[in-house]
Design a binder for this molecule. Structure first.
Ligand code: SF4
Ligand code: SF4
Length: 412
């Protein structure tokens, strides 16, 4: 039978040893116990005829993945599981999620970066629409918008690269959270860069969303378009490109993989990605740790985003930086780090599942008695902020840049 959709080749199927290591670590499997939701089950399904004529229920199984990378981390065959799931999504046509409006929102948002940006920018208006269900994850997300202007520099604040002035050595990739939702992050990054380098970062106006959401949804054309926009946007400078969101960082580092059949763009992407730096590691590179002093000896729990935990590049940067802050007490959750359940827009499509995954992580955090959760991923920040607010706990959730800027001791 000829298959119309995506399916694994016999060779790829044989590569899975069926060992089950991936089920042990999969956050979705851990709360559901469903084999079809773990990597082993998904890979098995992709090798069946069902993949050739996928039903909506079949496609829904592939939407129920956080793309966290925990399975790849333990897979003895080193199978590119996330890539295979994304490839499957790109061939499937279905909606994403369980509930009608949420499905529509998530499908529309994931397939249109412009819409994501518009939604975020007009979020305060949308929040008041009676159309949006009270239990919508999007409502929670939009409810966390900071009032006031966005974190994007406006056209009146021309950057060095666009003004004909000598470009700064450091460029800043703002990302959507710091750019639109929580401008305090972008402000803190700018303040720290100015403090340590003595000059503002270059912030090209032409930069766009990193494209991770589009890639995760299987929208490869949009992911490629955004990657090209960003590579071009930073082409007028040659220094480091600082990313304050670790998920953006991880995706910007993988840009070359978007151009398997285009050597010209692949080379440009490799050159661009080599310049990209994660915020905490860059602060350490600048050797600026001795001037941070925490007020009130806070207990800090660092939540490690999956994109750092499993991609491993610069994994220890945030912890190392936090440990060097004078008077900060760093605590770890007993039982180790856990996924927070956000998974990009997974939490919108599957709010119940996301909440169950978050609850496990939250229990560990509450047991530490931490005053502040610090995490550098946009999605994790939103998930922790919404989840803790929902539980009425006084625990704060901060991006490392915001916490560091609060700890900047200019008297030293
Ligand atoms: S990427 Fe994460 S959520 Fe998806 S199958 Fe692997 S472990 Fe499970
Ligand atoms: S860990 Fe890898 S080899 Fe083992 S069952 Fe999962 S996908 Fe297959």
């Amino acid at each position: 039978m000829k298959r119309q959709g995506f399916s694994l080749s016999e060779e790829q199927m044989r590569q899975c040893a069926k060992c089950g290591s991936c089920t042990v670590v999969c956050p979705v499997y851990r709360v559901t116990g469903r084999e079809s939701l773990a990597a082993r089950g998904k890979l098995h399904l992709l090798g069946t005829d069902l993949a050739g004529r996928p039903s909506a229920a079949f496609e829904d199984l592939f939407a129920q993945c956080l793309l966290c990378g925990a399975c790849e981390d333990v897979c003895p065959r080193q199978l590119p599981i996330r890539g295979l799931i994304v490839e499957a999504r790109s061939r499937f046509s279905s909606l994403y999620g369980q509930h009608g409006l949420q499905r529509w929102l998530v499908r529309r948002v994931l397939s249109s970066t412009a819409l994501l940006e518009r939604l975020v920018q007009t979020g305060l208006v949308l929040e008041n629409l009676p159309l949006l269900p009270r239990d919508s994850g999007l409502r929670l997300k939009l409810g966390l918008l900071e009032r006031g202007q966005t974190g994007k520099k406006d056209s009146g604040q021309e950057t060095a690269a666009g003004s004909g002035r000598t470009p700064s050595e450091v460029s800043y990739f703002t990302g959507c959270l710091a750019g639109y939702l929580q401008p305090s992050i972008a402000d803190a990054v700018r303040r720290l860069l100015q403090h340590f380098s003595g000059r503002p970062a270059d912030e090209p106006q032409a930069q766009r969303c990193c494209g991770l959401a589009a890639w995760s949804a299987g929208n490869k054309d949009e992911a490629v378009r955004l990657a090209k926009r960003n590579i071009d946007a930073f082409a007028s400078s040659t220094g480091p490109v600082l990313a304050s969101c670790v998920s953006c960082f991880a995706h910007l580092k993988r840009y070359a993989g978007l151009f398997p059949d285009d050597p010209g763009w692949r080379e440009k992407a490799e050159r661009f990605s080599a310049r990209v730096r994660e915020f905490s590691s860059f602060m350490l590179e600048m050797n600026c740790t001795s001037v941070f002093r925490a007020p009130d000896r806070p207990r800090i729990m660092y939540h490690e985003p999956c994109h750092l935990r499993f991609d491993k590049e610069n994994r220890e940067g945030p912890r190392t930086l936090l440990r060097q802050i004078d008077r900060a007490v760093i605590v770890e959750p007993e039982g180790g780090q856990r996924c927070c359940g956000q998974g990009g827009l997974f939490h919108l499509g599957y709010p119940d599942l996301a909440e169950r995954i978050f609850s496990k992580a939250c229990e560990g955090a509450l047991e530490t008695g931490a005053d502040i959760v610090v995490t550098g991923c946009s999605g994790c920040l939103l998930q922790w902020q919404a989840g803790l607010a929902d539980r009425g706990t006084p625990m704060r959730v901060l991006h490392p840049a915001v916490f560091l800027a609060d700890c900047l001791d200019t008297d030293i």
